[in-house]
Design a protein around this ligand. Sequence first.
Ligand SMILES: Cc1cc2nc3c(=O)[nH]c(=O)nc-3n(C[C@H](O)[C@H](O)[C@H](O)COP(=O)(O)OP(=O)(O)OC[C@H]3O[C@@H](n4cnc5c(N)ncnc54)[C@H](O)[C@@H]3O)c2cc1C
Length: 488
Amino acid sequence: MSRTGSDYLASLRDGRAVYINGERIDNHVDHPAFRNAVQTVAGMYDYQAQNQELMTFRSPGNGKQVNLAWQLPSSQEDLVRRGEAHLAWARLTGGWIGRSPDHVPAALVGMMIGIELLENYDPARAKALRDYYAYARDNDLALTYTIVNPQGDRSRNVGDQGNKYHSLGVVDEDAEGITVRGAKMLGTSAVLAQECLVGVQNPLRPEDDMYALSFAVPLAQKGVKILSRRSYEQSASSAFDYPLATRFDENDALIYFDDVKIPWERVFIYRRPELCGALFHQTAAEQMMNLQSQARFTVKLQFLLGVARRLTETTGTVNFPAVQDTLGRLAGQAMAVEGNFRAMMLDPTQRGEFYVPKASRVYSATSAGQSLYPEFVNDIRGLAGGGVIMLPSSVEDFGNPEIVEMIEATQRSAATDPLGRVKLMKLAWDALGSEFGSRHTQYEMFYSGPPFVQHMRCFGNYDWNASTAMVDNILSDVSLEASLGARK
Ligand SMILES: Cc1cc2nc3c(=O)[nH]c(=O)nc-3n(C[C@H](O)[C@H](O)[C@H](O)COP(=O)(O)OP(=O)(O)OC[C@H]3O[C@@H](n4cnc5c(N)ncnc54)[C@H](O)[C@@H]3O)c2cc1C
């Protein structure tokens, strides 16, 4: 039997420390800042339980049906199957939940595929990662990760921020494990996850070894403090006014570690700066986790195309050639994203006995997505005009017959009735321009790391030889002497 929504809900009731709006809250699962998003993810687990053939495989550890994101792909078919499972989950939310519980398992699977990185450094740390992967897989845990140090002053090194423990670092070690203190930035979905994988993607110098750590920790562990950003779910006035923010606000939080004890069995990297970034880009972690990201991104662009189409039908512009030019261009871009995602599954590379997406495709997808998304959203805003602003102040207006009469008279549409127009425009604004929608632009621009890093990964992984060989081939045919001779 696979995990259900109620299993998931029970697992989140763990007494963790969540801080929001000036207070520490006791029960985040039922709190108005988070409860709908929690229910959304519970619905994903119910879907998984009802669609086990599509969504799960039998864990070799305990024989339970667990999400396919935990599977190490032994064939291209395995990769396709997991990609289809990612797509199916993403479709449940229109791609609006970025850090759904199939993302971090994919990173762990990629680390397992490249486990020799840790084996070569310290077999005990490699064993810790293997054991954690097996434990998390067998329990189909919902995980998040925090792998970036808080922004602070990026012109200074990690230990030079005016507070030794601005970024998470080690305080102490003993026979049981290590004690850590400091912060990690933006655990997306921390309120939706049971545990957190911690690492470092920022560059570290050899002397920054006290910050060079990777481990896993339950979010309810003593000393782990989840500092939530503003909740868009809570600030949304109603589901009518904010149909996306009220159900898909996955939340982002700064995680502060207030002298948290981590047992050695959960420490994967200890004081080894050169391994921290490598754990993600020298293993297959980034390749595997970004298959999920690109499945979700594919679905999100398809959702936005639906918004664009309905918008232009509603405003009566859909048949204008210039509008079709824009819609067609957007559809082409969404198809190209889907094409790249499918190529990641269908044209993989082999690493040992496993199949993983090619790194060159993965980084081209992440870097292209970072610049495509803001433009895509902006183009749809261009199609929307002021219709997404010319709206009743809230659902309450529909409770006043005097205002309803004016809404009926003024919210005319080429394709629907006034109520239908208002509903669509409110959804469009939530997707494109509300605080929720705007956060998504920032998410797509940064979740995979800063753009300049993605560009460097593209530079490093592109097959330059195939390109330069064609150029060199032509150049080798060009002869100064022959050309001069031909002119005489
Ligand atoms: C909505 C959202 C959700 C996120 N969720 C998570 C999460 O779940 N887990 C997690 O670990 N992280 C998460 N992040 C953090 C994300 O990984 C970082 O935002 C990203 O790595 C960039 O780091 P930064 O924000 O500190 O920006 P910076 O590193 O400060 O970069 C910002 C900009 O400054 C410039 N810049 C900075 N340094 C350089 C340089 N050396 N050379 C040239 N230009 C430079 C570039 O223009 C760059 O785009 C999330 C971020 C967002 C916005």
